[in-house]
Design a protein around this ligand. Sequence first.
Ligand code: FES
Ligand code: FE
Length: 405
Amino acid sequence: MHRQARHAFRKTKRIRSAGAKSLPQKYFVSPEMFAEEQKKIFSKQWLLVGHQSQIPDAGDYVVQQVIGESLIVIRDKSGEIRGFFNVCRHRGTRLKEDACGHASAIQCPYHAWTYGLDGRLIGAPHMDEVPGFDKAEYSLRAVNTGVWEGFIFINLNDGEARLRSEATARQRSGDFISLERWFAPLNGKFSHWNMSILLPAKRIEYDVHANWKLMFENYSECYHCPGVHPQLQKISPYDSAENDLAEGPFLGGFMKINPGKSLTMTGNACGAFVGKIENLQQVFYYSIFPNMLLSMHPEYVMVHQLWPQSPERTLIVCDWFFHPDAFRRKDFNPEDAIEFWDMTNKQDWHVCELSQQGISSRAYKPGPYSSRERIPAAWTNIICALWSAKLGARSREIGLTRSRS
Ligand code: FES
Ligand code: FE
C-alpha cells in the first residue's frame, strides 16, 4: 500500500499548520508570475482534458486549448487515445476548428494533406513530385497522453516524445515524469468508484474573473459554507470535514452527508450508486495539482478542469458523470444533481471573484488561515515552495516531480 493511501482521516482542525497566511497580492495579479506559471507548471505537469467516455469510438476527438496551444485528443483505430498539436506539417494550418467531432482521418482544410488517426501522414497531393519527400518525416507532432481512472491527461513537457514506459521516461532528460509514476501515490485509492466506466451526463463551462489559485483554495475548505452555501450546508455540515491527504500535490478528504440525503436540489439520490456502500453518507473532495478538482458522491462524480486564461481570469469546465446503470433507470434524474452543483458552483465563483477584487486593492495584505483552512494552507505551501525555487528544482522535494530511483 502506498505511503499516502495509508494516511488516516483526521478532522481538519487537527491538522498542523502554524501561522499560515494567504498568499501575497502578486501571486494573483502579476502578469509576469502568471506567464511563469504557464511555462513552469502548465507546460510541465499532467493536465486533465476529459474522460475516455467523451471519445468512445475510433475517430472521436476533442480539441483542447492548453496555454495558447491547440491540441487534438483523438481515439485511434486500436482504441488508444492520442494527442497531437493541431498544426498541419505542410504550412502549419489549424487542422480542426470545432471543439469536438468524429473523423475517419485528419485532413487539413488547406491543401488536403491527410493524417491517420495515429498521426501518420497518409496522403499529400502532388508531393511525390518533390524530390526526396518522405511522408514518414511529416507525422503530426505528438503530445504525451495518458489515462488515469478513466480520465484523459496530456503533458506538454517533452511534447514531441511518445513516452510509453517509465524506462523510456528515465532516459529523457529534464523533469518529465510518466503518468503512471505521477499517480503512483494514489494507486488503488479510488478504484472502488470505477470511474473508468462512468458516463457523462452534462458539461457546463464557467468564465470566472478570478485567479486559478483562488478556486483551488475555495474548493479546499468549507469555512465559507454556512454563509455562501445555505443549501449545501443543510445537507452536508460544514464542520464535518476530515482529510487524509494534507500535503503535496494531491489534497483532500471527505465531508459527511446527512442520513438519507444526497447533494441534489430535492435532497434525494438521483442515480445508481457508484461508490462503496459504507460511503453512502460521505462526499469525497480531492484537488489534483494543477488543474483537476475531483468530487466523488455516492451516486455521481463531478469533475472540474481549471484553465487559467490570465492572472485574473479562469475558464472552468465542469462535468457530471454517472454509472451506466443509472441511464437505464426510469427515475434517473441527473438534473437534480447538476442544478444543485451549478447553483453551488456559481456561489463559489462569485466569492472567488470578490476575493480577486479585494486582493487587487492596495489595502490587501495576506491574512491568517483559520483552523478550518488547513488544506488551503497546504496548497499555499506548495505554491510558495515552488516559487521559492523559481518553480524549478525544489518541485521534486515537494512531490511535484518525483526523484527517479
Ligand atoms: Fe495543410 Fe497545406 S497547410 S495541407
Ligand atoms: Fe464552496
